[in-house]
Design a protein. Structure first.
Length: 306
């Protein structure tokens, strides 16, 4: 099928279908990026990989920023942008390191805890209201993480622990994004993410610096392209359709990770990874549905506690 025919089908599809298609593409793009990071990090320190990913990602996105001119930098919350970028840089360093220490499927399954941590932080910091069902869903989700880790029954490796820490830090970044989204555009938020994360990720990279070989450069560029494309596709997916319409497709990341992990690294996920990942994902989806219903409540009709 020609590219023009595919774009015609996409343009004529209803918004929920376009959102679903973009979300499916997002899951595959991000998983492919993680596979590439894992490949490059076998010979190059993950901190250096993270820095170069941010550099190439900013280069890829720069035409979008230049098209908008200086208006893209207008904000009254520069400190919040910096704090968000600092958290996201830390989360990226932890996550990239975890990719070198744990199976791809296990890393992916545990990464589903990010929205759970974001929900907890929103309740504690942003004072969002929560009822018994939301708390029950959160407890179930974290129980899913324990199913994967099985502390006391199996040795908990450094890699899985780094993923959980990364998810916690990323949950904090998501909280900042929620606050920034009230006043700043997604393009402004993305621009400051790139501008701040390049120098922030350079600092730790300098302590372990090693120059990439010429053979690594195409893979590093690919990581930057995939990272930028994934974020753009994800943002457009949420723009096309409601969160509840696209979020269920995020579970495909575990499927892609299992397939690609087996093909490239001979990894076979165990039953605990699938079971725990399913529980975590189900919890996150339930919370997303309850949050969507709460937002749909009419003004004056009361606030739904979830």
């Amino acid at each position: 099928m020609r590219l023009s025919a595919i774009t015609d089908v996409y343009a004529n599809a209803p918004p929920p279908a376009r959102g679903a298609a973009l979300m499916i593409a997002t899951t595959l793009i991000f998983t492919a990026m993680q596979v590439t990071v894992r490949h490059v990090a076998e010979d190059l320190h993950p901190f250096v990989v993270a820095f170069l990913r941010n550099v190439f990602g900013l280069v890829v996105l720069s035409p979008l920023f230049l098209r908008s001119g200086l208006s893209v930098l207008r904000t009254s919350k520069l400190k919040l942008h910096a704090m968000r970028a600092l958290l996201q840089t830390g989360g990226m360093l932890l996550f990239f390191t975890a990719l070198t220490l744990a199976p791809l499927s296990e890393v992916t399954a545990l990464s589903f805890t990010s929205p759970l941590f974001a929900t907890v932080l929103a309740i504690l910091i942003l004072r969002e209201k929560a009822g018994i069902r939301r708390w029950a869903a959160l407890l179930a989700g974290f129980a899913g993480a324990l199913i994967i880790l099985r502390p006391g029954l199996a040795t908990v490796g450094l890699g899985p622990l780094l993923v959980v820490c990364s998810s916690l830090v990323w949950g904090g970044a998501m909280t900042f994004i929620k606050v920034l989204g009230r006043t700043d555009s997604s393009l402004t938020i993305t621009a400051y993410m790139g501008l701040f994360m390049v120098p922030m990720s350079l600092v730790p990279a300098l302590f372990v610096w090693e120059w990439p070989t010429l053979g690594m450069l195409p893979f590093l560029l690919l990581i930057g392209v995939l990272g930028a494309a994934g974020h753009l596709a994800l943002a457009q997916a949420f723009k096309e359709a409601d969160t509840t319409a696209v979020m269920p497709f995020d579970f495909l990341r575990l499927i892609w990770a299992s397939i690609l992990g087996f093909i490239f690294f001979s990894e076979v996920p165990d039953i605990w990874t699938w079971a725990g990942g399913g529980v975590i994902f189900g919890s996150a989806i339930y919370i997303a549905f309850r949050e969507a219903r709460r937002k749909q409540e009419k003004p004056g009709g009361g606030v739904m506690q979830t």
